[in-house]
Design a protein around this ligand. Structure first.
Ligand code: AFP
Length: 335
């Protein structure tokens, strides 16, 4: 008889049993992320039927148009976690200020930073979407809630990170610093099943993902690098193929499994780039590094960038180790 794959809950319980000091709080937090994924996936599946496509008419703190589904996804995270007893703070792309649970509320020791709906320009087209999360541990021993500033930690301090991918299937991919595991939601039974064990990204790929509409805004080094990927050279596996969905999660997921590079570089007039450090770049960097890849700003390791603002942006070059190293060479003018 074929063995039944491990469910997410069983996998988490097994992992917890290997840590003698574990209280179960962290395991429950991951299970709740899975729950948020189910709630959002359910809405996405019938989005075209229940009038939740399109925009709200507002702009968020980043100055971007807010989609109805951005709000729904953010509310799902907040509803699930605010009274969960697992977190003491929540921060998201969609909230100007973090939610810091009052001192007199029951709360847990984790701080959760998230992008509730990544790639939201894809909502109206039935294209892939995602959610990204970063988990930090609040180190204070006191019962006091963290302050805004205490949420701003380097990526190296993350205790877990991952993403939900809403594609042709719904997946939860995460790391706690011991490899990367991927679970696929089996809709028939409402359970995530282990489908991708110890994911390793190839050292080099044949695909690049970038919004080339921005080509003329890029630095000379970035242009030279992307130009070089199109040169025909059998030995180095060029030309690379171009694939870009407009959803970081989907593009990085493809690279994680097949190799290659994703770039959202800085621009001459906007050197900080577009993506957000704390809840997009850092968690994706943690996952990709744990799979054997690299994540860079072009000049330094993403996870070592010192955050100064909650919604700080950062250039992101991420993917296969050798591809990212090569991009860095061009971006630093060492080609
Ligand atoms: P939204 O979630 O605001 O749609 O942004 C998506 C994203 O952060 C990332 O997922 C994409 O790779 C990138 O931005 C797309 O940006 P462009 O539309 O500028 O290519």
């Amino acid at each position: 008889m074929r063995e039944f794959p491990l469910t997410l809950s069983r996998f988490i319980i097994q992992a917890q049993a290997e840590h003698s000091g574990a209280t179960g709080e962290f395991s429950s937090l991951l299970t709740q992320i899975g729950l948020v994924g189910k709630l959002i996936a359910q809405d996405l599946r019938r989005a075209g039927l229940i009038n939740i496509l399109g925009t709200t008419g507002d702009t968020n703190v980043q100055g971007e148009t807010v989609k109805k589904l951005d709000v729904i996804a953010n509310d799902d995270f907040v509803k699930v976690f605010q009274h969960s007893d697992y977190v003491c703070a929540l921060a998201s792309e969609e909230m100007e200020k973090p939610i810091l649970l009052p001192d007199n509320w029951s709360h847990g020791k984790y701080m959760l930073l998230f992008d509730p709906l990544d790639g939201s320009s894809n909502t109206d087209n039935n294209m892939p979407l995602g959610a990204i999360f970063s988990v930090l541990k609040y180190s204070q021993q006191s019962d006091r809630s963290p302050t805004d500033g205490e949420l701003m930690r380097r990526g190296t301090e993350q205790v877990a990170a991952g993403y939900l991918l809403y594609g042709s299937s719904t997946m939860l991919v995460y790391t706690v610093g011991q490899g990367v595991y991927g679970f696929t939601l089996e809709p028939g039974i409402g359970e995530y099943l282990l489908s991708h064990e110890r994911i390793r990204i190839p050292d080099k790929g044949k695909v690049y993902s970038a919004n080339e509409g921005n080509y003329h805004k890029w630095s000379a080094g970035t242009k030279r690098y992307v130009d070089s990927l199109k040169v025909s050279d059998k030995e180095s596996g060029r030309p690379y193929s171009s694939r870009y969905t407009g959803c970081l999660v989907a593009d990085v997921h493809r690279l994680l499994l097949g190799g290659g590079i994703y770039l959202y570089p800085g621009e001459v007039d906007k050197p900080e780039g577009k993506l957000r450090l704390l809840y997009e770049a850092n968690p994706m960097a943690f996952v990709v590094e744990q799979a054997g890849g690299k994540a860079s700003t072009g000049t330094s390791r993403i996870m070592e960038v010192e955050p100064k603002k909650l919604h700080q942006r950062v250039p992101l070059i991420i993917g296969s180790r050798l591809d990212v190293e090569q991009a860095e060479t061009f971006m630093q003018g060492k080609d």
